[in-house]
Design a protein around this ligand. Structure first.
Ligand SMILES: [Zn+2]
Length: 381
């Protein structure tokens, strides 16, 4: 006997609306219902919590990874790693291992990465995502779909990005065969990584989408064999921009004769620089210096409010300098080198838009933003 109903929510990292337009074959015949979705300004650390909670970063409290808070920084000891030679401390693998070590020592279960943040500056910053977001109680504020599922006692499969795509699909296939679950949230993360490396126009993008097309069709077919009703949604968090020009913002600030940690603190994410001003002259100097940089612009408070990323206590920065599309901060605290693709630009840019495809009607669902995916999940229960 077949199970009654299953809802499959399949997350394809960086499957932007524009990427979809360039590859019209992708699920073309089975996903007639499709919509463009506005993304959230920021990175996965902002988009993922909005998708699973239906809230904006201002509401749920997750935006970027690091925020200025020297008093509460739990891993102040990493300062001493700064005395190690550069070839060790700049090594990507060593930094990844160290991230795991720091997370373990301080009981951080959330997605923790020190990326390229200099060890001497890490003690100025605390980390937002301390808890694993993909289990009940994981949000800083508000409730996620996982909270809802567990409160309602619905059998579900949600693992989050620590479990590999392959492992997740294998486990969900088994659960479907045994009709064990009514809800699944699955990850496909390779497209994002591929486009960071090669940009959106590389041939490998179409090839991977071809693979995903087959994979998703097979899963749906399998679900239909075991359940009477299968509602499925394929969706993303953001699109991808091709990067054309590196911009050395740190050099502009370093020229100002200000002392990091005394006059100001800065977090150079890859597409935005966030500043905390520790005195007024520093604020004037930094504001003025970056006004002369044509590759980006200061965000207005009104704009941050409208985008749902305004924090009255300036937790994530007193001021945000956002790069224009195609421009990348290099080096940044996220990466030392130029890469081919990036996201985290203004949500109104065409290449920033995310997408959703489904076998269900999406027209009267008031679907405008990626955070509205939460309501679809809620309704599917
Ligand atoms: Zn990415």
């Amino acid at each position: 006997m077949k199970g009654k109903r299953i809802a499959l929510f399949i997350f394809v990292d960086a499957l932007g609306w524009e990427i979809l337009q360039a590859h019209p074959f992708f699920l073309s015949d089975i996903a007639k219902n499709r919509r463009r979705l506005k993304t959230i300004l920021g990175y996965s650390s902002a988009c993922d919590p909005s998708i699973i909670s239906g809230l904006t970063p201002s509401e749920h409290g997750h935006w970027s990874c690091f925020y200025y808070s020297p008093e509460t920084c739990p891993y102040k000891w990493v300062r001493w790693l700064g005395i190690l030679p550069d070839f060790l401390t700049n090594n990507h693998r060593i930094r990844h291992r160290l991230s795991q070590l720091i997370a373990w020592v301080h009981g951080i279960t959330g997605y923790f990465q020190i990326y390229n943040v200099p060890f001497k500056y890490l003690p100025y910053f605390d980390y937002a995502e301390k808890k694993w977001m993909w289990e009940p109680g994981g949000m800083i504020r508000g409730k996620s779909i996982v909270d809802l599922l567990s409160a309602k006692g619905i059998s579900y499969y949600v693992k989050g990005p620590h479990t590999s795509d392959v492992q997740q699909w294998k486990e969900v296939e088994q659960a479907i065969d045994q009709q064990k679950i009514e809800f699944a949230y699955l990850f496909l993360g390779k497209l994002d990584a591929l486009m960071h490396g090669w940009g959106t126009r590389d041939r490998s993008v179409g090839e991977l989408l071809g693979e995903y097309d087959r994979l998703i069709r097979n899963l749906i077919k399998r679900a239909e064999e075991h359940y009477e009703q299968v509602d499925w949604y394929v969706f993303s968090d953001h699109g991808m921009h091709n990067v054309q020009q590196p911009v050395d913002l740190q050099k502009v600030i370093d020229r100002l004769d200000l002392v990091y940690g005394k006059d100001y603190a800065a977090m150079y994410d890859s597409t935005m620089a966030r500043f905390w001003f520790l005195n007024d002259p520093a604020k004037q100097k930094i504001t003025h210096a970056l006004q002369q940089v044509p590759e980006g612009r200061w965000m207005l408070e009104k704009e941050l409010r409208e985008l749902g990323v305004y924090f009255p206590d300036h937790q994530y920065g007193d001021a945000i300098f956002l790069m224009h599309s195609n421009m990348l901060i290099v080096p940044s605290y996220m990466g030392a080198k130029m890469i081919a693709g990036m996201h985290g630009y203004h949500p109104d840019d065409a290449d920033s838009y995310a997408a959703i495809l489904s076998n269900r009607n999406l027209n009267d669902q008031n679907l405008e933003s990626i955070k509205d995916i939460f309501r679809l999940m809620e309704k599917s229960l």
